[in-house]
Design a protein around this ligand. Structure first.
Ligand code: ADP
Ligand code: MG
Length: 682
């Protein structure tokens, strides 16, 4: 039987109660138990006191001299002290609230204690005491694993249980990595690595164990990715779109501007996917303003020419309306029906829209996640595009994918991720990148100023508006408790309304209803309102070309990606645009972010530096990204390993004898057992 199939209650001492407690930690089987790794170790190796630093944790063995003495503070609190001789050094020991030890500690006895070292007083504040020979043999001289536990499971008990599991089942741990890979990277065997992760004798053993398991974990993850990708390519279950190339070219020729080379290239990549029999799963990344919308329009048109419906999914209602409008402008003249489906439609409008979608009268449906709710049925969905896909969970995308038979899927994002990270992070997706801005686009002039010159910023806004331009003023969302030290959007709005009259100021924030938001946006788009004070609702995708000023209040409260997105809202109509970051950053990193923003307007460069500052784990926001939470690997440290593992995995799955070669057989079987259908890392 496999260790994954042997329940923990097979171990002695695990009854119903214990079993339930373990289950709360996600431990059901012996395999779960063995893979429940410690997050750190207590070091009970004997220290050299002559070298120990102040406040360092030390473990010493010494001979007790004199009787321990206890002082009581009330009934419960006590302070006990004793003296021991550690290789000639007379050390004071202090125990708090462990007076019961006094009876057990006698002059002449050899004890081992562990605790915090005060080198000035030659004193240790003890937190672990090993009295008996047996206890000392068991614990001293090694690193003890510390596990994260909750409720009634205690670290000590878990440690014993894991030890027991190794004794009984350790010999059944099977190697999964081919010899060849283990030799290439000098990796220790799986059973040894697993044992040493729990019970290393020293740091080096622990390191080797970690190295081995990190590689394995990342390799298996990438293997799944590569396998999925290969399956998808071989399955041929996708729609083979067939359309007249000339018609698409004609459409491109009739656009108001020539496409950039990058746009042409990605259009070709996507069209090739549409034609192919395998299902497209492609990421299109391009900096803010690089022109992704028109690319979407082109491929939606090709999809329409092939006889299929398309869907465009966006994160906010404002964007849904805006995109519907842009698509109508581009595609209505060619006879396409475009329908917007949003949450705020009346029941009747919604029914109408749904009917059109279901009957195939609507060629393109644009909407928020309302698009993937139950009750939305497409006539024949051939292509799904999600804009700013990082706003959608993996699950939502999967649901939508399941709507049609097997629509091709394109995800667009303006948060560029450095390429190495992108291909790894997006695992089984193909990646297209628009790495070029439309000609004549001028970088947004960016300044970082202190809050004290706010009055001058107000003057600047006024001057620009007089010239017929428009401005955004962004204030970060704030929590109740912070209200006092932060100006919120409402205050700024009130102040600007008075200071700028008769220039009109609008306010947009997250607590407004969709209809209210839209109204404000519409006024701003029509230049009936010149200044828009907003929380970050305008962050993604909003397009008002006449807006040339972006003021971001408390800019240090935003991350780089968000600042860059916000800045991308201006300078979209050609001509010069200005971004003013108003901030008195309190942290190093805040200062650094302001500096980066003023130094470059290149989104890829910004994300590269963001990645450098934060590390990939934080950068991607592992929790909401759909990336698995690895048990031991840490992307901040192990990114390089991930890349190597990916290359190895790719090479391996493509071997003709992958499934039959005894060396790779275990991996093949692993893939069969994993439920890969639902993209199981979801
Ligand atoms: P994003 O990639 O941020 O979604 P958009 O698609 O909204 O960018 O495009 C930004 C602006 O650039 C739009 O006003 C669009 O019409 C314009 N645009 C797109 N492609 C080109 C091009 N090749 N030449 C000139 N302007 C372009
Ligand atoms: Mg866009």
């Amino acid at each position: 039987m496999k260790l994954t199939e042997i329940p923990v209650e097979n171990l002695p001492g695990v009854g119903q109660q214990r079993k339930e407690n373990l289950s709360e930690l996600g431990i059901e089987s012996i395999a779960d138990l063995l893979e429940y790794y410690p997050y750190r170790y207590e070091d009970y190796r004997i220290s050299d006191l002559t070298r120990a630093e102040q406040d360092e944790r030390v473990t010493v063995r010494g001979i007790v001299y004199g009787q321990p003495s206890v002082r009581w503070y009330g009934k419960k609190k006590s302070r006990m002290s004793a003296k021991i001789d550690v290789n000639g050094i007379h050390v004071n020991l202090i125990w708090f609230n462990q007076a019961y030890l006094r009876e057990k500690i006698n002059p002449g006895q050899i004890i081992v204690v562990s605790g915090k070292w005060d080198r000035h007083r030659l004193q240790i504040t003890v937190d672990r005491t090993f009295l008996s020979q047996a206890e000392q043999e068991k614990h001293v001289g090694r690193l003890e694993p510390v596990y994260s536990v909750t409720g009634s499971v205690k670290v000590n008990g878990l440690r014993k249980l894991i030890h027991e599991a190794f004794i009984r089942y350790g010999n059944r741990i099977e190697e999964i990595l081919p010899e060849e890979l283990r030799r290439r990277y000098k990796l220790i065997s799986r059973p040894r690595a697993m044992y040493f992760l729990h019970f290393p004798k020293g740091r080096e053993e622990g390191r080797q164990a970690r190295r081995r398991m990190v590689y394995e974990e990342l390799f298996l993850y990438e293997l799944k990715m590569m396998w999925l990708k290969k399956q998808a390519r071989m399955e041929n279950t996708g729609i083979a779109h067939s359309f007249a190339e000339e018609k698409v070219e004609e459409f491109i020729d009739r656009l108001a501007f020539p496409l950039t080379n990058a746009q042409r290239r990605v259009v070709q990549e996507i069209l090739a996917d549409l034609r192919s029999t395998s299902q497209m799963n492609r990421l299109l990344q391009g900096d803010v303003g690089s022109g992704k919308t028109v690319v979407a329009a082109i491929v939606l048109y090709a999809n329409y020419l092939s006889g299929y419906q398309g869907a465009l999914m966006v994160p906010t209602e404002i964007l849904a309306d805006q995109h519907a409008a842009s698509l109508k402008q581009l595609l209505s003249p060619l006879g396409l029906q475009i329908v917007a489906l949003t949450g705020r439609m009346t029941a009747r409008e919604r029914r109408d829209a749904l009917g059109q979608i279901q009957m195939g009268l609507a060629d393109i449906a644009v909407g928020t996640h309302a698009l993937i709710q139950k009750g939305v049925t497409f006539h024949n969905l051939g292509l799904v595009i999600t804009d700013e896909q990082h706003r959608f969970g993996v699950k939502q995308r999967a649901t939508l994918r399941e709507k049609g038979e097997v629509p091709d899927v394109l995800h667009m994002t303006a948060t560029p991720i450095p390429r190495t990270l992108a291909i790894t992070y997006y695992g089984e997706m193909d990646v297209s990148t628009i790495d070029e801005m439309p000609a004549g686009r001028q970088p947004v002039d960016t300044y970082w100023v202190k809050k004290e010159i706010w009055p001058r910023i107000v003057n600047f806004i006024e001057k620009e508006c007089r010239k017929g331009r428009q401005a955004y003023v962004i204030c970060p969302l704030i929590e109740e408790s912070e209200k006092l030290d932060l100006q919120n959007a409402e205050e700024v709005y009130g102040q600007l309304t008075m200071a700028l009259a008769p220039i009109r100021v609008g306010l947009l924030h997250g607590r407004m209803s969709s209809a209210e938001k839209e109204e404000v946006m519409a006024h701003f788009a029509a230049n009936e309102v010149q200044v828009l004070v907003s929380t970050t609702v305008v962050e993604v995708g909003v397009n008002v070309p006449n807006a040339t000023v972006m003021v971001i209040y408390d800019a240090d409260r935003f991350g780089l990606a968000q600042l860059h997105q916000l800045r991308g809202r201006v300078g979209r109509g050609g001509g010069t645009a200005t971004c003013v970051l108003v901030a008195d950053p309190k942290s190093e990193t805040g200062v650094e972010r302001m500096r980066i923003m003023t130094e470059t307007t290149d989104g890829f460069e910004i994300s590269r530096r963001d990645l450098e500052m934060r590390g990939p784990g934080d950068f991607l926001g592992v929790k909401q990204s759909g990336l698995p939470e690895f048990k031991i690997a840490d992307l901040n440290e192990d990114l390089r390993v991930l890349e190597i593992a990916r290359a190895d995995a790719q090479e391996l799955v493509n071997r003709p004898d992958f499934s039959s070669n005894p060396e790779t057989r275990a991996l093949y079987e692993y893939l069969q057992e994993e439920n890969l259908e639902s993209k199981s890392f979801d």
